[in-house]
Design a protein around this ligand. Structure first.
Ligand code: GLN
Ligand code: ZN
Length: 775
């Protein structure tokens, strides 16, 4: 493989190569460990900073050695790059000001981590900044808070420091900043009278000071990330863009600004974007290859264009032929000197290094590329343009074998999917009929009580799984222990007086991994970690081939649990969209085809559960909403397909089998009609933190099916009182038909301990009983 090698030749006048950002936690998650040790007081600040410097150096040296021209700096972060930007610009919520003033060294990490994680020390009790998803990724950033009384100034010029640090190592970098408009749009304006334009007016002088300092330090290129340009923007925001970049150009005309967009196409923002006064524009040609023509047509003569051709969001090897077609087209229009090539977005969203994977099936491995390999691909593409066409051979072979490999392509799966009809996605009878049948057969009281599925994953339970993996205990011992945990949990639920029980999900490490491990077409990596938030990393499964269920996945556990009790025990499955959303998905067929294949596998499991005597089956779809496309115009189609996938998974059961679904977020206004179209007999949702407010969307829509609004927040160890849950339920009664209301917590209980769980559920059951007596 040539990809891992250092570039041998430098070609004169070749295209520049560009990496918008590199992963920063370290191939062995060194940053995660260092941060957690620092928080626990186990290592000093100096040690933490040493680790960070080491990681930055490794990245810079790797990129330099590979031959990348535009090497990012300030893409490093101890926690989150948006929080870094808040610290840089001094966007600090007023609740942190007293803490800030009390700190001896104003620039130390204490305030930074306090904003990230909250602070309960030295008589302070400060809540962290809110966290939310970065565009359509699984990366979470800390939401900047803008207040009227804040004044901004260059507070922590980390990006200047990191630029200098690289320079001292002999590496000239391209500092990366979150752009002003995306920064504002990603934040929350806390005062009604404060406008986005006013925030921009206050921030711009600080941005300019920062850019001037970078220039003084010797920077030539600066990357300004404006992914908001791939979303729907109103006229007012478009004007913010004009203002921001005009002012920047006037203040630092010598700096070459690389305006960077990613995660989608510019579409109706194309003209706006290419006309902003910057040196170069970066576009994502993985998500939106079709945008190249329009961008080429509109790009003014004085600008360079950076082509994001290597996927920064997935783990597949680049298809060189496809990339070269795009690159050659750009070269024909612009000439080589105006073309830059790189990855589609920051490699933050890719795992580090495929070379570390020693256990992967070599057939699949030859189709994959992680961050380090992607950097090699960018260089290889540039070399091919310079005539090194021999580099194409290996890539062509890999692409060819992927098209035909029998480990990917299962004719039976494809054939089955082709035969799916509308009827397969429909229950036998409409909800009203099913409801009557189910009330008759299940004989549940009014305000039936249940839980969302998981019960405390104690140390002992996690140890069992670890021991099984290491071979310390046998499969039989493991199964016996899990059965014991199920037995215990069933009896506890019976004595609490719950109506619909669950087995507790003790056999599951994670709600996607558990199913991925049992389905054909999935594989798991050893080190394929990507940052999710702060020190948290996730290791998503890889869906590489047609998905098939070789055998039942949960039936034995559910059957066992049901054998212990006369009350119904809910079967517990993860839905197709959530499995899709939390995995690296194959890119050789439409995503939704993969979702439908997963749906068919789940469907077989649902059927088998029903046949085994399970009368209530829950299919969780907590990730349905996060799959929403960034653009409004693409949402209807996504939602329609997502709903179909869910229905395909569940609409195999008889009328008397009750289908539940669960979603844990509190925004339904814009998707309520699609939630209704899922036609689950019961949906349980998160509501307690919003005081049942979100039920208004259900009420306004006259949502017809049964609904379990969560009556307590499982994210906190706090035990809610009977009275407060009763109050919440009474609110629900105002908004939903009484016979449709279920009583349950907001989400699964796996992160809680037993004592608080039992106390909370005891109170919850009492609240339900109190309500029953008045209806
Ligand atoms: N059934 C899962 C549980 O209870 C649902 C988790 C989720 O919604 N994220 O843990
Ligand atoms: Zn949940």
């Amino acid at each position: 493989m040539f990809i891992g090698l250092r570039r041998t030749k430098r070609y004169p006048n070749t295209m520049l190569t560009n990496i918008p950002g590199y992963p920063r936690v370290g191939s062995q998650r060194a940053l995660k460990k260092a941060c957690e040790n620092y928080w626990a007081g186990k290592i000093s600040l100096e040690r933490l900073e040493l680790t960070a410097r080491e990681l930055r150096r490794e990245n810079w040296e790797l990129l330099k050695e590979k031959g990348i021209d535009l090497i990012p700096s300030n893409d490093f972060s101890f926690y989150d790059q948006v929080l870094d930007m808040s610290m840089t610009l001094g966007v600090i919520p007023s609740r942190f000001q007293a803490l800030q003033a009390s700190l001896a060294h104003p620039r130390c990490l204490e305030l930074y981590f306090a904003m990230a994680r909250g602070y309960q020390k030295n008589n302070f009790d400060l809540t962290a900044l809110e966290m939310t998803k970065w565009f359509d990724t699984n990366y979470h950033y800390l939401v900047p808070e803008f207040e009227k009384t804040q004044s901004y100034h260059l507070y922590q010029p980390k990006c200047v420091e990191e630029f200098k640090e690289a320079r001292q190592l002999g590496i000239h970098t391209k500092p990366v900043l979150v752009g002003p408009v995306t920064f504002i749009l990603s934040g929350k304006i806390k005062d009604d009278q404060l406008t986005q334009a006013e925030v921009l007016q206050k921030l711009l002088p600080v941005y300019i000071q920062l850019l001037q300092e970078l220039k003084r330090a010797g920077a030539t290129w600066v990357q300004i990330d404006e992914p908001a340009l791939v979303t729907d923007l109103g006229q007012a925001v478009k004007e913010l863009y004009h203002t921001a970049f005009t002012v920047i150009r006037q203040a630092v005309p010598e700096l070459k600004i690389l305006l960077t967009t990613y995660f989608g196409g510019l579409e109706d923002n194309t003209a706006l974007t290419v006309q902003l006064p910057v040196a170069a524009v970066h576009i994502d040609l993985v998500r939106a290859p079709q945008q190249l023509d329009e961008v080429l047509a509109l790009l003014p003569n004085d600008k360079q264009l950076s082509l994001g051709v290597v996927d920064g969001r997935n783990i597949w090897k680049n298809d060189y032929e496809a990339s070269l077609a795009l690159i050659n087209k750009a070269i024909r229009h612009l000439g080589k000197e105006r073309v830059i090539i790189g990855t589609s977005c920051s490699l933050l969203h890719s795992p580090y290094d495929l070379d570390l994977e020693t256990e992967l099936n070599p057939d699949v491995k030859q189709w994959m590329a992680f961050a380090k390999q992607k950097v090699g691909e960018v260089i290889a593409l540039s070399d091919v343009i310079e005539g090194e066409t021999w580099l194409l051979e290996e890539n062509r072979k890999a692409m060819e074998s992927r098209k035909t490999s029998p480990i990917i392509h299962k004719p039976a799966v494809k054939a089955r999917l082709k035969e799916v009809t509308e009827k397969d996605m429909q229950r036998n009878s409409p909800f009203a009929v099913r409801q009557a049948i189910q009330h008759e057969s299940l004989r549940l009281p009014l305000f039936p009580t249940t839980t969302i599925g998981s019960f405390p994953q104690t140390k002992e339970i996690r140890q069992l799984r670890a021991d099984l993996k290491k071979g310390i205990i046998s499969e039989e011992t493991y199964r016996a222990e899990i059965r014991e945990a199920i037995t215990d949990t069933i009896y506890r639920q019976e004595s609490l007086g719950l109506d619909v029980l669950v087995h507790g999900e003790f056999e599951r490490n994670d709600m996607v991994e558990y199913f991925g491990e049992q389905l054909d077409g999935f594989l798991f990596t050893q080190y394929g970690w990507v940052q999710s938030y702060g020190s948290r990393c996730v290791k998503p499964p890889v869906i590489f081939g047609d998905v098939q269920r070789p055998q039942a996945m949960t039936v034995n556990w559910s059957k066992y649990a049901q054998s212990l009790t006369d009350k119904p025990v809910k079967g517990m499955l993860t839905g197709p969209i959530t499995i899709l959303q939390w995995s690296f998905v194959r890119n050789d067929q439409p995503r939704m085809d993969t979702a439908f294949q997963i749906a068919l596998a789940i469907r077989d499991e649902v059927k088998e559960l029903e046949e085994a005597g399970i009368t209530v089956i829950q299919v969780d779809e907590p990730a349905l909403r996060e799959g929403l496309p960034l653009r409004q115009s693409a949402r209807a189609e996504y939602l329609e397909k997502a709903v179909q996938a869910f229905r395909l998974a569940v609409c195999t059961v008889d009328d008397n089998t009750q289908i539940h679904t669960h979603m844990c977020y509190a925004e339904f206004n814009d998707i309520i009609e699609h939630i209704a179209a899922m036609d689950a007999d019961v949906i349980t949702i998160e509501t307690s933190r919003s005081q049942m407010e979100i039920l208004e969307a259900f009420a306004a829509f006259k949502y017809p099916n049964e609904t379990g609004p969560g009556v307590y927040d499982i994210h906190s160890p706090r035990v809610p009182s009977v009275a407060e849950m009763e109050t919440l339920l009474k609110k629900a009664v105002q908004l939903l038909p009484v016979q449709n209301i279920w009583v349950n917590p907001d989400c699964g209980l796996k992160t809680r301990n037993w004592p608080e769980t039992e106390s909370a559920l005891r109170n919850m059951v009492t609240a339900a009983k109190n309500l029953r007596s008045s209806y």
